[in-house]
Design a protein around this ligand. Structure first.
Ligand SMILES: Nc1ncnc2c1ncn2[C@@H]1O[C@H](COP(=O)(O)OP(=O)(O)OP(=O)(O)O)[C@@H](O)[C@H]1O
Length: 330
């Protein structure tokens, strides 16, 4: 299955620069979490992918070629504003939408049955959409994005407002589609969910990507933090060059190794920390602390935008991770 490339998208609404060179790739078989604060540019990007909005610059590619109408018909899209007819019955509506995507009447009916069953709304097929709870309407909306067996899934906040069971059902369906080779991109403000579900993640800020990578990659920081559970840090921290105690809490010490003097397992600097602690007494735990996606997100989103944002955006399309800030709270 091909991959989706978003390359240098720019878009302004009057004087509002909604996208300033947004670039990232959603690869075959991966779930990509698209996160960023309100107004950062997620919906704008997704609408441009779908072709319901045109960009001012940049391009969207599918399988290396500029995306066209035929490819767009093969996208399963869940718009932010949702798009169901409230008075139409669930089953009729799904069958109708599947027909619009080119399915024959029997295939459209079969797909409707299959997806309403998978998503737990089969018993509501004869009800008008407006009679369903918002969460169930959302399940129907996802079914509508899936009935034509899309080659690519683009979902704008598909998890918002769902109960935990519905989140599990939807997560399972997205994982299943990704395992079948479909690139899946969705936006969300539920960062724990993104961290749990996504293979890669991109953080957009003021219209430019400031982080792109696997969850592990974006959580990797230049400034390493280690937890030592053993003798109080005040007794030994002073003997380790480039190390400082971020917190001293009885037997538990969080140590920060400043960057620029070699970090990472190969540098061996963390072994200096361990040796110093051991020299003062027994050590029960010694482990690396990685920021959660939520912590990282807060840090990235709250740091000022600098002139390098566009460079970061351009770098975002290369594999691996892009970062303009590295400080995180432990
Ligand atoms: N039709 C429009 N007219 C004018 N400005 C717009 C329009 N649509 C979006 N914007 C502006 O463009 C910027 C990006 O909006 P967008 O909806 O893409 O953000 P978002 O990341 O999806 O936000 P949210 O998380 O709140 O859904 C915002 O400043 C928004 O106010």
């Amino acid at each position: 299955m091909p991959s989706l490339e978003i390359d240098g998208l720019t878009k302004s609404y009057g004087t509002v620069h909604a996208l300033r060179g947004t670039s990232f790739e959603v690869r075959a078989g991966e779930i990509f979490g698209f996160v960023g604060s309100n107004g950062a540019g997620k919906t704008t990007t997704m609408r441009i992918i779908l072709g319901v909005l045109s960009s001012d610059g940049g391009e969207v590619r599918w399988d290396g070629s500029r995306i066209d109408h035929d490819v767009r018909r093969r996208i399963g899209y869940m718009p932010e504003e949702r798009g169901l007819y409230p008075r139409m019955r669930v089953g009729d509506q799904l069958t109708y939408l599947a027909r619009l995507h080119g399915l024959s009447a029997p295939d459209a009916r079969a797909a409707t049955e299959r997806w309403t069953e998978t998503l737990g709304v089969a018993s509501r097929r004869d009800d008008e959409v407006q009679k369903l709870s918002l969460g169930n309407q959302q399940r129907v909306q996802l079914a509508a994005a899936l009935t034509h067996d899309p080659d690519l899934l683009v979902l704008d906040e598909p998890f918002s407002g769902l109960d935990p069971v519905a989140v599990d059902v939807m997560s399972g369906v997205l994982r299943d589609r990704a395992d079948a080779g479909v690139p899946v991109v969705f936006s969300s403000h539920q960062l724990e969910l993104v961290e749990r579900l996504c293979d890669r993640v991109g953080i957009i800020k003021d219209g430019a990507m400031v982080e792109v990578g696997t969850i592990d990659e974006v959580r990797r920081t230049e400034t390493e933090r280690w937890v030592v559970d053993g003798p109080p840090g005040s007794e030994w921290i002073g003997s380790v060059p480039g190390a400082r105690a971020l917190s001293l809490d009885g037997s538990r010490t969080v140590v920060e190794l400043t960057p620029g003097e070699g970090t990472g397992a190969e540098s061996g600097r963390e072994q200096d920390v361990l040796r110093a602690a051991l020299a003062a007494g027994p050590v029960r735990e010694f482990s690396l602390v990685r920021p959660t996606l939520t912590e990282l997100y807060r840090d990235v989103v709250s740091s000022p935008v600098d002139d390098g944002a566009d460079d970061a955006a351009a770098a975002g399309k290369t594999p691996g991770t892009t970062r303009t800030t590295t400080e995180v709270s432990a």
